[in-house]
Design a protein around this ligand. Structure first.
Ligand code: FEO
Length: 168
């Protein structure tokens, strides 16, 4: 049985994961609007990953006999100055999510909720990859943006990403 403080905090994280999906779909729409369809593909896959993160938390709350409460989602940003600005936004958002997961781990430990702590370790590891992915793309955009055809090549590379559903 979940303590009510943990239940509330997990529901807040659930909202953040859904918002992440919403933000990334908004970025995908931006990339579509500037004809970077590979970028749009990459970030759409990211949005789907965020939905899986949300589903993981949703299922865990139920497994622990808690109640899922879905709240309103904030309106995401809809325009960015450049693909670089969009990915810098993605990285800062992932850092925000990492901080949020770390705080949730602290709360689970304070409440001596070891099951939630173990559950959250998957997210701790995942956030390392999430920040690393965004950082790598920022690095590539900076390297390629002034090269002839650089963004075209990067767009082709990002078009190859497919959704890998993690083992539950
Ligand atoms: Fe679910 Fe990108 O963190």
């Amino acid at each position: 049985m979940l303590k009510s403080r943990i239940e509330q905090e997990l529901n807040k994280q659930l909202n953040k994961e859904f918002f992440s999906a919403y933000l990334y779909m908004s970025m995908a729409a931006y990339f579509q609007s500037v004809d970077l369809l590979g970028f749009a593909n990459w970030i759409t896959v990211q949005a789907k990953e965020e939905m899986l993160h949300a589903e993981k938390i949703y299922n865990f709350i139920h497994e622990r006999n808690g109640k899922v409460v879905l709240e309103q989602l904030e309106k995401p940003q809809t325009e960015w100055d450049s693909p670089l600005a969009a990915f810098e936004n993605s990285l800062s958002h992932e850092i925000f999510i990492t901080d949020s997961i770390n705080e949730l781990v602290n709360i689970a430990l304070e409440e001596k909720d070891h099951a939630t702590n173990i559950f959250l370790q998957w997210f701790v590891t995942e956030q390392v990859e999430e920040e690393s992915n965004a950082t790598e793309i920022i690095r590539k955009i900076k390297l390629m943006k002034d090269a002839p055809g650089g963004m075209f090549l990067l767009d082709k590379e990002l078009a190859t990403r497919t959704l890998v559903v993690p083992a539950v």
